[in-house]
Ligand binder design. Sequence first.
Ligand SMILES: [Zn+2]
Ligand SMILES: [Zn+2]
Length: 73
Amino acid sequence: MDAVCPVCKQTMSKSGDHYHCAQGHGDFQQEVVCPQCHRPLEVLKACGAVDYFCLHGHGLISKMRVEVCYIPC
Ligand SMILES: [Zn+2]
Ligand SMILES: [Zn+2]
């Protein structure tokens, strides 16, 4: 999945643990949010698998359903 700048919608390059927009919009961090309430999810790591949990009543969210957004860092 390509990381896309939220400002200019251009593909960003990865540098370390964050993404950089070549058009000058700065650095962004990837964040997973609930597909229903769009709030950040808790990450649960167990036995090499990663699950996501919504603290706002939507329960466990599988990796296939999470939405990814990019926040400035
Ligand atoms: Zn940009
Ligand atoms: Zn939720």
